[in-house]
Design a protein around this ligand. Sequence first.
Ligand code: 7TS
Length: 415
Amino acid sequence: MSELVTSIPTKVDFDKIREDFPVLSQQVNGHPLVYLDNGASSQMPAMVADRLDHYHRYEHANVHRGIHTLSQKATDAYELTRKKVQEFINARHVDEIVYTTGTTDSINLVAHSFGTKFFEEGDEIILSQMEHHANIVPWQMIAERTGAVIKVIPVDDTGELDMEAYKSLLSSKTKMVAVIHVSNALGTVNPVKEITDLAHEQNAKVLIDGAQSVPHQPVDVQDIGCDFFAFSAHKMCGPTGFGILYGKKELLDQMPPYRGGGDMIDKVSFEETTYNVTPFRFEAGTPPISAGIGLSTAIDYLNKIGMDQIAAREHEIVSYAYNKLQKIDGLRFIGDSENRASVISFVFDDIHASDMGTLLDKRGIAVRTGHHCAQPTLRRFNVPATTRASFSFYNTKDDADRLVDGIEYVKTFFD
Ligand code: 7TS
């Protein structure tokens, strides 16, 4: 990729925004922390941590079942998140927002519920070669059970999907296309609208894994046109243990519940059980209430900055880091798409990624090394592991400089 040049509107003071994240002001191994593992989990602003604290101290009660005031308050706060999420991703109806425990759970829900009901022997599921394991294994499990077959869109040398190959894989046998929006291993941003339009021409349904897109850019599910969209709260300044499945209402209404238990039923007897309406019939048992409420505050926080501003800021920082990294002798990018966001993956032929990660950590720089739960992606590039720097809007050019200096320092060990 050639030099990336960008400019961003200056309305938001992003350097000041770091002060919202207490975790970022600490020293790690005697150095100021440089946190570049946002792809794994982003940090939480004090505003979200305070909201969780307040809930646990003063508002805790179970939801959807209490007549008492505290339970009603907890329910109202928890249900407010559904509305916030609906607006955040521009879903048509609030009941198209299903609460889950994260992206993994959301994809499992669709694979098991939709797959069990609609897949038949010989039906085809199209995935891509750059999927996270969370968007591979659930489909394999359901394919084994139903006799459906998995087809894979190849990735080219720059880390982009081979769209011609995708078109030739599509046919009337295709029942589901499940594709990652932004690759957690390569950083590639995929053309999900085009992917969806092509799948719909064959009457196939489309699931987009948005774990790495929702935290970094505005997402409009109606504009994409996809049938399902999955993401996690903990990658977007929210708490762990909570996530979202967006699904078109007419599809969710036809899908059987995925898990049975309290809250998801209408009437239960030993002879027959009837189920609650969408989305509640997919939400069995006591949920992670505080995490759900925390997501609402995280969305408020992100909205206050503006997702357009966040996307522009990250583009500027990632471009700056990319341009400096490409000058380092021996560094090879894995994934070099023009359309990239938030993630830079790289290798050195003579330095193992885990050595790189360990030595960077000694200088207070947190990166992820390994296969990033995307083994087929790395196999495509014939590498067992990469070092991955994944950025957020609170990262700075100074963080990028510290990364570059850190890599130069690690290189001196191996020269
Ligand atoms: N899909 C993508 C694209 C992801 O990046 C991840 C997590 C998941 C699904 C699973 O999300 P979860 O919240 O259900 O666990 N990705 C990473 C990562 O890149 N490093 O650690 C976790």
